[in-house]
Design a protein around this ligand. Structure first.
Ligand code: ATP
Ligand code: MG
Length: 439
């Protein structure tokens, strides 16, 4: 038998108590984290979004009926408790509630697919299969509180910088970069794809006069690899800005990272503490290292890397050990960067492209873009692609396209940097990888 919510409403979350409330009757709601029946006294630990509060039921003070009701409660069932709050040195959080009335709002089936008290460690796959229960574990859900703070701070920063938030389509007709990393879908009688990047759309926005835009949205990559840093669906934080070069948008990026980390450290202090993270706020400007120097350093550390190659995993690790936490790799070879990346005026083999790294993890790629139509067509052909499939995009460059630059920052990889998560799956509610499409 369960009770209805009726006119009961929560008055407080578990952690928002203060000494002045002592003796006051409050109503809390949540899950039964643990229940300990010592005969003369029963302790129920009630867990809500904020944490845990102890419900203390001493047989001397509580009616037999209520005690019997409490005795019947089971782990992870949902309850509402009305009672008097009092300070208690022994209770977690420093307060306990002496109950007057309890409602059993819903029951949980037992046994649970995984333990919510962290006493028994579950494998990541078990956790992801029952993610809704896994997220009852504070160390699991706190990552999403931090991710939310991060995204809020990102929006704040960009809005202050007069960026306009846009939404571009995720159902697209052709590849952004012609790559093979596309998920084909059936679009009525045609083939279409899931968008791998808002790149072409945000560039077209530069021809509209919106001037500075950003988008925070999913990107889809049909990458087959199974790593701790790749997923097939992630959130990309993208900006594009007119009358800017790569240096300008690098400044925006490092300024944003610096500000966001400061905000998270400030407002998310308790959350970071729960994870045992002492967040270091990096000084700006971040170090900049030329791609050519990266190749030299990587080779000097015994990892083979030729000029013109992308960084292998071993190369990322080698350069990560050599540099400060956050740093830019600049002047990438034009040939290994996408067609829309601007070649360097003085040395067209090198480009105005950069990556932002955190230790050995790439978190963002950006560049000054090609804004001249003919050069863009040439670059598309040079990369073995057909300009015809980019017709509508290319047209935007014929009627007054300003010089522009931008970047894309992976929200999950950035969350990994902040929380110290080693597996990107920890930073996504329902990760999509090669093997996982449910829940
Ligand atoms: P990597 O070389 O690490 O696979 P990438 O160079 O293919 O990344 P970009 O196309 O430059 O990635 O995308 C910009 C940013 O988006 C990356 O720096 C990263 O933060 C994020 N990102 C891209 N693809 C993925 C993915 N499959 N999983 C997680 N994050 C990704
Ligand atoms: Mg990249």
């Amino acid at each position: 038998m369960t009770d209805s919510l009726g006119d009961w409403r929560r008055t407080h979350y578990s952690k928002r108590m203060d000494p002045e409330m002592s003796g006051e009757q409050i109503t809390v709601m949540g899950w039964i984290h643990e229940i300990r029946d010592l005969g003369g006294i029963i302790f129920v630990l009630l867990r809500d979004r904020d944490g845990i509060i102890q419900i203390t039921a001493p047989s001397k003070k509580i009616s037999k009926e209520l005690l019997d009701e409490i005795r019947k409660l089971k782990k992870e069932s949902v309850i509402a408790v009305r009672g008097n709050i009092q300070e208690s040195g022994k209770a977690p959080g420093g307060y306990e509630i002496i109950p007057n009335e309890i409602k059993l709002l819903n029951q949980s089936k037992l046994p649970l697919p995984l333990d919510t008290t962290d006493k028994v460690r579950a494998e990541i796959d078990t956790r992801l299969d029952s993610r809704y229960i896994d997220l009852r574990r504070p160390t699991s859900s706190v990552i999403f509180k931090i991710k939310s703070r991060m995204l809020h701070s990102v929006r704040n920063f960009l809005e202050k910088g007069e960026f306009i938030e846009i939404n571009t389509p995720k159902l697209v007709a052709s590849a952004t970069e012609g790559g093979t990393e596309l998920f084909p879908i059936t679009y009525f009688e045609r083939e279409a794809f899931l968008g791998q990047s808002p790149q072409l759309y945000k560039q077209m926005m530069m021809a509209t006069g919106l001037d500075k835009v950003y988008e925070i949205a999913p990107i889809f990559r049909a990458e087959e690899h199974d790593t701790l840093r790749h997923l097939n669906e992630v959130i990309s934080i993208d900006i594009e800005a007119s009358f800017c070069d790569h240096e300008d948008v690098m400044k925006i990026l490092e300024g944003m990272v610096h500000t966001v980390l400061g905000d998270v450290a400030n407002y998310g202090e308790d959350e970071l503490k729960l994870l045992g993270v002492d967040l270091e706020i990096p000084d700006i400007p971040f170090d900049r290292i030329d791609y050519d120097d990266v190749v030299d350093i990587v080779n000097s550390k015994g990892v083979n890397m030729g000029y013109g190659e992308d960084l292998s995993r071993a190369a990322e690790k080698a350069i990560g050990e050599h540099m400060n936490n956050y740093y830019f790799i600049t002047h990438w070879p034009t040939d290994i960067k996408p067609f829309y990346v601007m070649p360097d005026d003085k040395d067209p083999k090198r480009s105005c492209a950069f990556d932002l790294m955190y230790k050995d993890l790439e978190i963002s790629s950006g560049a000054q873009r090609v804004h001249k139509h003919d050069l863009l067509v040439e670059r598309i052909k040079k990369q073995g692609l057909n300009p015809v499939s980019f017709e509508r995009y290319l047209a935007a460059f014929e009627y007054g396209m300003p010089p522009h630059a931008g970047w894309g920052l992976g929200a999950e990889r950035f969350t990994m940097c902040i929380t110290g998560a080693k597996n990107i799956r920890e930073t996504v509610l329902f990760p999509r990888d090669r093997r996982r499409l449910t829940p």
